[in-house]
Design a protein around this ligand. Structure first.
Ligand SMILES: C[S@@+](CC[C@H](N)C(=O)[O-])C[C@H]1O[C@@H](n2cnc3c(N)ncnc32)[C@H](O)[C@@H]1O
Ligand SMILES: Nc1nc2[nH]cc(C(=O)O)c2c(=O)[nH]1
Ligand code: SF4
Ligand SMILES: [Mg+2]
Length: 210
């Protein structure tokens, strides 16, 4: 049972439901290959049927954890921190990112952008989902757009989303993991015909690391 006090601290972003934290190599997108400390915050109701961390969805399963502890752990390992989930923007990220910034961390977020943007970010990886589109405010701020390709229609959705981000936003197509053998040849073909896009692979899954 969560007390009223804990609930208030979570609402204020002083505590967050922490699913897991781990030091690894960023596997995806622009920073792939870079060592980083990952903070996975529980809670997401976007509901992607192919989500590879469904265990994260129910915030109630993940212990409310003081951000001071999260920051202490992260900064002991790495100067680059990736905040992911779940959907991290379910929560107010102001306090967590301020605390990390005070310690000089480079702070990256992996987000669907479906909820109000909070926090200060050095790098925003926006991965829009059809079921709950990003808020208008996040598109111009995204540093990379990472579209997941599960079927052929996803190329059209990817183009619609690319039309909304800034000129300098780096565009990635990433195969949905279970469909990678089927979709990868289509992605290769698409990127050669439309070279504003780049391929992103979930390289950590090939490397067998978290
Ligand atoms: C698990 S999500 C968490 C962050 C946020 N909720 C989001 O969707 O961006 C982290 C990244 O993994 C991607 N992803 C999730 N399941 C995937 C799958 N089965 N295959 C490929 N990418 C996947 C998401 O699109 C997102 O870019
Ligand atoms: N190594 C590694 N790289 C990642 N990039 C994005 C991830 C995520 O789940 O947000 C992820 C992840 O879970 N592991
Ligand atoms: S938005 Fe992210 S965490 Fe939520 S279901 Fe989709 S991929 Fe999973
Ligand atoms: Mg992942």
């Amino acid at each position: 049972m969560i007390t009223e006090d804990t609930r208030r601290l979570v609402d204020e972003g002083i505590m967050l439901p922490l699913m897991e934290e781990f030091y690894t190599i960023q596997g995806e997108g622009f920073h792939k290959g870079t060592a980083a400390y990952f903070i996975r915050i529980g809670g997401c109701d976007v509901g992607c049927h192919w989500c590879d961390v469904k265990e994260s969805w129910d915030a109630g399963l993940h212990p409310p954890t003081h951000i001071g502890k999260i920051i202490e752990n992260a900064t002991a390992y790495s100067d680059t921190v990736v905040v992911t989930g779940g959907e991290p923007l379910t929560w107010d990220m102001t306090q967590l990112t301020q605390g990390l910034k005070n310690k000089g961390s480079k702070i990256h977020i992996e987000t669907s952008g479906a909820y109000k943007l909070s926090g200060q970010w050095d790098w925003i990886c926006l991965s829009p989902k059809k079921k709950k589109l990003p808020t208008d405010e996040i598109y111009p701020l995204a540093n990379e757009l990472k579209m997941i390709i599960f079927n052929k229609h996803d190329f059209k959705f990817a183009e619609e989303q690319a039309a909304k981000v800034s000129e300098d936003c780096i565009l990635y197509l990433q195969p949905e993991w279970s469909k990678r053998d089927k979709m990868m040849p289509l992605i290769v073909d698409y990127v050669m015909k439309n070279p504003k896009w780049k391929v992103s692979l979930q390289t950590h899954k090939y490397l067998n690391i978290p």
